[in-house]
Ligand binder design. Structure first.
Ligand code: ADP
Length: 365
């Protein structure tokens, strides 16, 4: 059964009576442009390198609504990330630079036996900086960054995923150098059995594999890198592993990295005042063993609320009257309170599984 367009029964009609699928409306809302089925906003045409209302030839055959989505929801031109913004992960950063950044910066040097892998897999617990690494690669090589989660391909744009993947890779190829970051890639390229597998998911998986093959560096002209991320690497099938031969473990941050995160947010460069002695920092780092980078971020945010709550209690409820100078610095006791609200989100048993997987499949220097 052909999957076709997923059109909800209550779908609305456009101004001129044309069907406007929900995803096109969403893109229209995002750009503020009035999109009708089959038309592209001027902004999108410009983003895609077109002029005079015309798309570049290579993209003309693609569905305009899907192109709008790719440009407005998947292409991410806002975030520049430097390597130093990523605390710790020294092994991963060094390997990523050598394996994919150098070849993107000087493709002629990396041909034949030196050709880079067509895809890179980052695996590890959630919130450890996999997306940040994808963004840092893109920032480092001035590449266009595309960020999509597989679950949205599978569920949000039901039946459209396959077209979306095709358009995504076509746009990336056109705007290269490009980095396509696919989060939760296991949900598309899963080894779980085909039984009961939806026709649309099967075609999505096939399309993804075909497009990944297209990223093959057989020509030094093609500079599109696929970075897949997963926290369930064991679920990937063999075809996916072959296409992402470098699999890099992105573990929980070590003590030094956790300390770096606190220093960056609350040190002399941070916007929030804190008073933490060396001994306090030592205690804090010890207490956060097992925290992910994202747990640390939440913990720091929670601790920073401490002085505000105290000032509110002092001034009654007059939050509007409180100025920054009324706030005391963040202290160790704020972190002690915060650890009750923000605990480590990753179970130690999960870590053992990642480490086992890493010892079997992970790339090591
Ligand atoms: P993942 O893709 O591994 O699930 P992200 O890269 O999206 O995780 O990280 C989520 C957030 O957690 C980031 O935006 C950042 O604030 C914080 N974070 C995670 N890891 C790090 C790290 N190594 N250094 C600095 N911040 C981090």
């Amino acid at each position: 059964k052909a999957a076709g367009l997923a059109r909800p029964p209550n779908s609305k009609r456009g101004v001129r009576g044309g069907f406007v699928p929900p995803f096109a409306r969403k893109a229209a809302e995002a750009t503020g442009a009035a999109i009708e089925a089959g038309t592209l906003s001027a902004k999108t045409i410009e983003m895609l390198g077109g002029s005079d209302g015309q798309l570049p030839e290579a993209l003309q055959k693609l569905d305009p609504n899907i192109l709008e989505l790719v440009c407005n929801e998947i292409m991410d031109s806002s975030s520049l990330v430097q390597w130093d913004d990523i605390a710790g992960q020294e092994h991963a950063k060094a390997m990523v630079q050598e394996v994919v950044v150098w070849p993107m910066l000087n493709p002629h040097l990396f041909q034949g036996a030196r050709a880079p892998p067509r895809g890179l897999l980052l695996f590890g617990p959630p919130g450890t900086g996999k997306t940040l690494i994808g963004k840092a690669i893109a920032s480092n090589i001035s590449a266009t960054f595309f960020n999509i989660s597989s679950s949205s391909l599978v569920s949000k744009w039901i039946g459209e995923g396959e077209k979306m993947v095709r358009a995504l890779f076509a746009v990336a190829g056109h705007l290269q150098p490009a980095v396509i970051f696919i989060d939760e890639i296991d949900s598309i390229l899963t080894a779980r059995k085909a039984e009961g597998e939806h026709e649309a998911s099967r075609r999505l998986k096939t399309e993804m594999l075909v497009q990944m093959d297209g990223c093959s560096p057989d020509s030094s002209e093609r500079r599109v890198l696929l970075v897949g991320a997963t926290n369930r690497p064991q679920e990937l099938d063999e075809a996916a592993r072959r296409r992402m031969p470098k699999q890099l473990y992105i573990p929980l941050p070590c003590a030094a990295a956790r300390r770096q995160m606190v220093d960056r947010q609350l040190g002399c460069l941070g916007a929030v005042k804190a008073s933490l002695s060396e001994a306090d920092l030592g205690k804090l780092v010890g207490k956060t063993d097992g925290y992910s980078g994202s747990d640390m971020k939440n913990l720091i945010q929670e601790a920073c609320q401490g002085p505000v709550r105290e000032a509110v209690a002092r001034h009654g409820s007059a939050i509007a009257q409180i100025s920054e100078s009324d706030l005391r610095p963040v202290l160790l006791k704020d972190f002690q309170m915060a650890t009750r609200a923000q605990r480590a989100s990753v179970e130690p048993s999960e870590i053992a599984q990642y480490e086992l997987y890493n010892s079997r499949h992970g790339a090591h220097f």
